[in-house]
Structures are given as structure tokens and as C-alpha cells.
Design a protein around this ligand. Sequence first.
Ligand SMILES: [Zn+2]
Length: 70
Amino acid sequence: MSSLLSPEIVTVDSLTDRCDRCSAAARLTVTLTSGGELAFCGHHANRHHEDISRVGERITLEQGFEWAGK
Ligand SMILES: [Zn+2]
């Protein structure tokens, strides 16, 4: 069962994380409702935006990144 609540979205000047899928510079990090955190580059953040929205409790976007899930 998925949550009906939208994740909280915050924006920061820059992220130092690396994408968990391809190791490119992260443009988005997500704190999961189940605990833990994932990082995504722009490409993977947009490709997986539906999943990120569904399982995310808190999403951090890098300033200037236009996320498809917003
Ligand atoms: Zn990536």
C-alpha cells in the first residue's frame, strides 16, 4: 500500500553525494519512509521519479535541477 502523502521537498545549494546507480554527481537525494537514503543523478532521478515519489519521505533537490517528479 502506498502512502497518499506527498514527500516533503527541500532545495539545497549543492549536493556532494554520488548517484547510487551510475556514480555521477547526485542532483537529488531521497530519505525513504522505511529509513535509509538514496542518491540519484539528474538522469536517474527523472527516470525513477514515480518510485522516488512513492517511497520518499523527504526529497532534497540541488538548486537549479528541474525534477520530473516535482
Ligand atoms: Zn545516475
